[in-house]
Design a protein around this ligand. Structure first.
Ligand code: FMN
Length: 144
């Protein structure tokens, strides 16, 4: 099972999560999309694919903040979780993709296993973030 966990304010990261889910299902993999992620409802097994934008001054979108706070306050056993993070942001901000980078470090610190480096998508360079995510997907499908 691949848990797709999105952090999004305006819907961009959700679209990327939906698109990745479609690609994974086409490959015969099972996905669950969590657009209002609740740590209590997400198995600490399998693969977590976090897709989050950054808002404010390097902050998480509101919808994913409770999930991140719960992970920090009461981290579950993460030894059976592997993960990847797709971080969406705008490189004109000093805090480019800060939320995704923070999530990547947090998951590693609590014992999950990264399958690759954090993948950043700059919306200034990619007007359709799904296309950049799809290229990433084709390079990493074997590890998911
Ligand atoms: C008010 C505001 C603040 C933002 N702050 C950041 C930021 O600190 N770092 C960054 O990389 N991108 C920042 N962005 C860019 C967003 O991450 C980007 O537009 C993204 O595509 C939004 O995706 P979403 O629709 O999933 O929320 C900001 C955008 C807005 C509108």
């Amino acid at each position: 099972m691949i848990h797709i966990i999105t952090g999004s304010t305006l819907g961009g990261a959700e679209y990327v999560g939906d698109h990745l889910s479609d690609l994974l299902v086409e490959k015969g993999l099972e996905t669950t999309i969590h657009n209002q992620p609740n740590l209590a409802e997400i198995d600490n097994q399998g693969t977590w694919l976090i897709v989050t934008s950054t808002h404010g001054a390097g902050d998480y979108p509101d919808n994913i903040q409770p999930f991140i706070q719960a992970l920090q306050a009461t981290p579950p056993k993460m030894s059976e979780v592997k993960y990847a993070v797709i971080a969406i942001g705008d490189s004109s901000y000093d805090t480019f993709c800060a939320a995704g980078k923070h999530a990547y470090d947090l998951l590693e610190n609590i014992g999950a296993t990264p399958i690759c480096d954090v993948f950043t998508i700059d919306v200034l360079a990619h007007s359709v973030p799904e296309d950049a995510a799809e290229a990433w997907f084709h390079d990493h499908i074997e590890r998911l």
